[in-house]
Structures are given as structure tokens and as C-alpha cells.
Write a protein of this length. Structure first.
Length: 356
């Protein structure tokens, strides 16, 4: 592994607080996504993996337990925002560590960049583990805030919670900048996603949102810097992602340009966008028609699709023991214990309990 350079000047608490989406930005995006969908309740999902991966580029720590405190303060930040709109926010913290082989059995290189980043920074990794343990103990005492962990992609876990209605039925808002997450609105139609750059060096706010009507467009704009001017079948996104790749997750393009990928996707029959056998047949017909003999092969396309497609990955997730584990839904009540923890662990980085 090549030597890794860390930023030794910026403390990780500053990096974490930078992840907070400002209220004026939230206001614009919430109005855009929910202007015709009034609701008294909203279910907010926070992709913790994407937030925490950011701090592994740093080594300076001013407050040991600031990670746990700031995560909870982010919940308070969001709950206070929605309260001003007369909307109550249920909040689910989701940490999918991607350690399952559900994806890597098809795409061995999947997420290697982030995995190596975590392994190479033992100092921060140790601090994260300690804070996660404290978060597990504290969250059950916080009203309508849940902490769901798993070994698969966070998007798969979120999809499961929504499909099984584990925290009730309400509009779903996801906060994540994962490239894998673009699929979620297509599988859980109520989902709106807010994507905020996790780079503290960005000089401008690059926060934006997407939904089931423009997820494909948003993906192509991020990965290929392409603006679509024609409407394409959004449900073919899994195939498009399979051949064009997920660069931030170490999944490279299969050597196909986006125009060819869109052309092939147009041949996928409506209703069969997640059928890997049909997709393999459509791709094979493309090879035959255009007399293409070079790779990628049909088999490699199908394997890549199985690794990326959220629907296929969800079917594998349901076979894991963690799928049946729902103890994260259990809530406890002990205000004195919460204040004790706050006073003893978070003296230098207090939790905004009044906003919860």
C-alpha cells in the first residue's frame, strides 16, 4: 500500500460539523422535493459510513468522544429544522460497513479505496470504534432516533427498513453522497436523496437532491459530467451503473461510453430492468448486431450487474442473519442516565439534548 498523506492541521470535529447541511440549503431542497406532498412526519435516514469515511484522511483529535456527540447533534440539527416546518422527524442512523461478500463475490475490487483508507489510519479507526460503541448505548434513550448497523451497503439496509415499514409509513429523506445510493429512489419510490460533497476543501456548496424521476440524470452528471437532454428509462440505472462504473467505490468503467450504454438500455423491455438474464440477452444481441467480438463478455456484464443492482443485493441481504435482527427498534427511557453520559463523556463537546 502506498504511503498515505494525512492532514494534521484540521481536527476531526471540524470535519464532521462541516457535514451538516445548512438550513437555507435544506429549505430550498425540501421545498423542491416535497412542495406538493405535505406531511406531519418524515423519516430521515443518515448514511453514517459516508460521513465517517471522511475523517480517515485526518489525524488531529481535540475531543475523543466528539464523533458520537456530533452525530447526535446532527440529529438535533435536522429535527429542529423540520420542527420549524411543523414536521416531526424520525431519524435512522445507518452504518453499512460493506464487509459482506454479497458484492465482492461478483466485483472483488468493490470499495477497496475506502477499505484501504480505513485500514491505513489505525488511530482514527480506533477512535471511531469507541465512539460507535458509545453511540449504540446512547441512541436507544433518544426519542425516535434509531441506529441500524449491517455488513451490506447502507442503501440496501435503508431499502429494507422502508419496505418492511419498520419505523412506520412516511415520506423518506436520505442524506448520503454514496454513488451506490442513486438506485434507492428507483426501488423505494418515496425516497428523496440529498447529496452533499464530503470534501472540506470545497469552496462552494455542492449540495443537491434527486428522486425517482431524475436519479439516472444525477448519476451521469456526477460520474460523466453529462447533462441529459432526452428522457431515458430511469429504471435501467442499475445496468448503466454496471457498465459505466462507480469510481468512488473502485468500480471502473467496462470500457463502454455513456452513449452506447444508453442505447443498449433503450432495448431493455419495460418491466425487465432488474432481470439479469434479459439484460444479458439484450447485451448479447447488441454484440451480434454490431459484430463486436471483444470484451466485456455477456458473463462479465451479468456478474457486474448482480454486484451492483440493489434489487439483487436486497435478495441476498434477506438471507443473512442480520436481516432478522430488529432489536435496534427497542427504545429505553432514562433521562438521568442520558444527562449523566452527556456530562461525563461530552463535557468538551456537549450534546444538544434540548433539541431532541
Amino acid at each position: 500500500m502506498a504511503d498515505v498523506k494525512y492532514d494534521e492541521r484540521v481536527a476531526i470535529d471540524k470535519v464532521l460539523y462541516w457535514q451538516f447541511i445548512k438550513y437555507n440549503t435544506l429549505s430550498k431542497l425540501i421545498h423542491k422535493e416535497y412542495y406538493n406532498n405535505p406531511s406531519e412526519i418524515i423519516n430521515v435516514y443518515i448514511d453514517l459510513y459516508q460521513i465517517l469515511i471522511t475523517i480517515h484522511r485526518y489525524v488531529k483529535i481535540d475531543n475523543y468522544f466528539c464523533i458520537c456527540a456530533i452525530i447526535i447533534n446532527y440529529c438535533a440539527h435536522l429535527r429542529h429544522f423540520f420542527k420549524k416546518l411543523n414536521v416531526y422527524a424520525n431519524i435512522v442512523l445507518v452504518y453499512g460497513d460493506k464487509s459482506s461478500k454479497n458484492i465482492t463475490q461478483f466485483i472483488p475490487e468493490y470499495n477497496t479505496f475506502y477499505k484501504n483508507r480505513i485500514k491505513s489510519n489505525g488511530k482514527i479507526n480506533s477512535v471511531v470504534k469507541s465512539n460507535m460503541e458509545l453511540l449504540r448505548k446512547l441512541v436507544p434513550y433518544l426519542p425516535n432516533i434509531y441506529f441500524r448497523e449491517g455488513t451490506v451497503e447502507s442503501a440496501v439496509i435503508m431499502h429494507d427498513i422502508i419496505q418492511r415499514k419498520l419505523i412506520g409509513i412516511a415520506p423518506s429523506l436520505v442524506i448520503s453522497n454514496s454513488q451506490y445510493m442513486y438506485q434507492l429512489p428507483l426501488f423505494s419510490k418515496s425516497v428523496k436523496v440529498i447529496n452533499k460533497s464530503n470534501s472540506i476543501k470545497m469552496q462552494e456548496d455542492t449540495t443537491y437532491s434527486y428522486n425517482c424521476n431524475n436519479a439516472l440524470d444525477a448519476y451521469l452528471y456526477e460520474v460523466k459530467d453529462v447533462v441529459l437532454h432526452n428522457h431515458f428509462n430511469q429504471n435501467t440505472l442499475s445496468f448503466i451503473m454496471s457498465v459505466l462504473g462507480l469510481p468512488k467505490l473502485s468500480v471502473l468503467s467496462m470500457g463502454m461510453n455513456y452513449k452506447t450504454a444508453l442505447r443498449i438500455s433503450n432495448s431493455i423491455p419495460i418491466g425487465y430492468e432488474q432481470d439479469y438474464e434479459v439484460i444479458g440477452e439484450v447485451y448479447n444481441n447488441y454484440l451480434i448486431k454490431n459484430k463486436i467480438k471483444n470484451k466485456p463478455s455477456v458473463e462479465s456484464i451479468i456478474n457486474r450487474f448482480k454486484g451492483i443492482d440493489l434489487g439483487y443485493q436486497y435478495s441476498l441481504y434477506k438471507l443473512l442473519p442480520e436481516y432478522s435482527e430488529t432489536s435496534f427498534l427497542n427504545k429505553l427511557e432514562d433521562k438521568e442516565a442520558v444527562h449523566y453520559i452527556n456530562n461525563n463523556y461530552f463535557e468538551k463537546c456537549p450534546i444538544y439534548l434540548d433539541e431532541l
